[in-house]
Design a binder for this molecule. Structure first.
Ligand code: TXA
Ligand code: MG
Length: 350
């Protein structure tokens, strides 16, 4: 299969002519990758079980890992869900369109092939102008996991998508680099108390402001304990995994953190290994050797989130054997950053 690439000229105002072929593919049973404000998604008709199967095959993803259905308008949620609980309604009104996915009790018309056999369905209304218009033109809810091969970091550019999906899908809609760079926040509103299943750009602090009480799935910041099942099935996989062995380095302050990291890196470099270092503008000068990448300024967490997956991919591509990364505070957007880093590192923290 040849993967066609369609470049959108003005991502703030995409033209219908640019999106019509992609929309037709989605309404049929084609596979189309497209930009959202979080990461690129790999879309197919969410109401068509056969299309969902094709997504799992293209990604090499286990089929018990459910997909998020993307909609273009609030009212498009109604056919997908049995009911919209009060907490869900409030969150939709506050954060949609945007980087927030809500888990609802599913309606009859959502196939179990899309929900990994669950009686709930995850729904999100993206704010990206290209995603919004594309879903609208397709006229169906669009199931879309991140458009990476299973186990690879989520793609934040069309180039990343092509690296993983070229020849496996019908089309990539190229809208340049995404804005946020980590996947959406997921909140389950199907139970009595809303529960955060995956941290993202809508932070726990923002959710609490709207809802008061929000529970947090304990798997978010720690390894999955024996017998404890993450509520979002996808969180049990070692996602976002670079090929290198990755270690996160903590320290009482930046001085101590960078000192420890420099010593750990030096040891591996001396043994002849290629070593990647993930640091920040504040500490870049502390690392005289290794492949050193700053992912932003500590004061600007959104830049750090934006650059994170691209750096992990870069290290994969240049074949480093060990990666050492600095760590970040775990509040606000830092919770999502540390969640992705911890998973990439398989919770190896020193
Ligand atoms: O930002 C995002 O959410 C991106 C863009 C493309 O929208 N999509 C994305 O999809 O990250 P994916 O498939 O890579 O991650 C979806 C996560 C998985 O961890 C999955 O287990 C969870 O959502 N999920 C989906 N349906 C669920 C459900 N009914 N109950 C609990 N978790 C669910
Ligand atoms: Mg994913």
């Amino acid at each position: 299969m040849e993967t066609k690439r369609v470049v959108i000229q003005d991502i703030q105002a995409p033209k219908d002519e640019e999106l019509l072929e992609a929309a037709k593919l989605l309404a049929g049973n084609g596979l189309v990758a497209f930009p959202t404000e979080t990461v690129y998604g790999l879309g197919a008709n969410a109401l068509d079980e056969a299309a969902a199967k094709k997504i799992y095959a293209a990604k090499g993803r286990p089929s018990d890992n459910p997909l998020i259905a993307h909609v273009a308008r609030m009212e498009d949620v109604d056919v997908l869900v049995k009911e919209i609980p009060q907490a869900g309604r409030k969150l939709m009104e506050t954060f949609w369109p945007g980087p927030l996915t809500l888990v609802f009790p599913k309606s009859e018309c959502v196939p179990y092939g899309t929900t990994g056999g669950l009686d709930t369905v995850a729904v999100r209304m993206p704010s990206h102008p290209v995603a919004k218009r594309l879903i609208e033109l397709a006229g169906v809810p669009v199931a879309a996991p991140s458009a990476n091969l299973s186990g690879r970091p989520s793609p934040t550019t069309a180039e990343h998508v092509m690296q993983d999906m070229n020849g496996r899908i019908d089309m990539v809609v190229d809208g340049g680099a995404v804005n946020i760079g980590v996947e959406s926040t997921i909140v389950d509103v199907s139970g009595d108390v809303p529960m955060l299943l995956r941290p993202g750009a809508v932070t726990i602090e923002m959710l609490q402001e709207v809802l008061g009480k929000v529970e947090i799935d304990p798997v978010i910041l720690g390894p999955v304990q024996d017998g404890r099942k993450p509520k979002a099935p996808g969180m049990k996989y070692r996602h976002y995994a670079p090929k290198a062995q990755m270690t996160l380095v903590e320290g009482a302050d930046l001085e101590e953190m960078s000192g420890k990291l420099r010593a750990l890196a030096a040891e591996k470099i001396q043994q002849g290994y290629q070593v990647g270092i993930i640091c920040t503008e504040e500490t870049r000068a502390k690392y005289p050797e290794g492949i050193v990448r700053s992912i932003g300024t500590r004061g600007e967490e959104d830049t750090i989130a934006h650059n994170l997956f691209a750096v992990l991919r870069e290290f994969d591509d240049c074949g480093v054997t060990y990666i050492f990364s600095e760590t970040f505070p775990k509040d606000h957007l830092g919770q999502a950053i540390m969640n992705r880093l911890c998973k990439a590192a398989g919770y190896r923290i020193v």
